[in-house]
Ligand binder design. Structure first.
Ligand code: ADP
Ligand code: 5GP
Length: 186
């Protein structure tokens, strides 16, 4: 059988928790025709308002481990106490259909993707300051105090890897940051 060409482009968005990745992703998906989002698998519990198959595929540790053994993941990582991963088949099918694909994944996953698919475009979202990052994360009211402190502690390590990315967007003014993301993708 002939190999199908992957004519779509792959974009990878990363950044510390609370920086605004989800918000920027929503803007990009509603603004940019032909851009699709790859829904990740995770072992974390859904937050109030999250639905299985929409924000994530919420799966058990056992299922996640099976997926690793069966080599189903393009990348996966242990992030803030849970496993998160991208299914390879989903991404490849979309790229072969000519769609541009957006992943929103952590820094470890992004570097795995770049190693396997060097043509992937890596975009890092940075906060204007660590103080603003903490305010946003607290303002979202989605994490316990313990989960917040894990996420803030991990932010420093994540910020240290931003030079490995093709682009860095500082999410200060949301409209401006959205425009920058749009320009990179287009
Ligand atoms: P992430 O997906 O990176 O964890 P979110 O998109 O959930 O972050 O954003 C965290 C919080 O910050 C949300 O309450 C969101 O509305 C808010 N936010 C996002 N971008 C900005 C911005 N540029 N200015 C102010 N608040 C923002
Ligand atoms: P949250 O629990 O806030 O939804 O996500 C926590 C972190 O996991 C974020 O940095 C997010 O980008 C990352 N993440 C989400 N999906 C994936 C994935 O499929 N793979 C990897 N490596 N990280 C992911």
């Amino acid at each position: 059988m002939m190999n199908r060409m992957m004519t779509g482009k792959l974009f990878v968005l990363s950044g510390p928790s609370g920086v605004g990745k989800g918000t920027l992703r929503e803007h990009a998906l509603s603004d940019i025709p032909g851009l699709v989002y790859s829904i990740s698998c995770t072992t974390r519990q859904p937050r109030p308002g999250e639905t299985d198959g929409i924000e994530y595929r919420f799966i058990t540790h056992e299922k996640f481990t099976q997926g690793i053994q069966q080599n189903l993941f393009l990348e996966y990582a242990h992030v803030h106490d849970d496993f998160y991963g991208t299914l390879r088949a989903d991404v490849v099918n979309e790229l072969e259909s000519g769609h541009n694909v957006l992943l929103e994944i952590d820094v470890q996953g992004a570097l795995q993707v770049k190693a396997k698919m060097p043509e992937a475009v890596l975009i890092f979202v940075a906060p204007p300051s660590v103080e603003v990052l903490e305010q946003r994360l607290r303002g979202r009211h989605t994490e316990s105090e313990a989960a917040l402190s894990v996420r803030l502690k991990n932010a420093a390590g994540e910020l240290g890897l931003k030079d490995k990315y093709d682009y860095v967007i500082v999410n200060d003014d949301l409209e401006k940051a959205s425009q920058e993301l749009r320009q990179i993708i287009l």
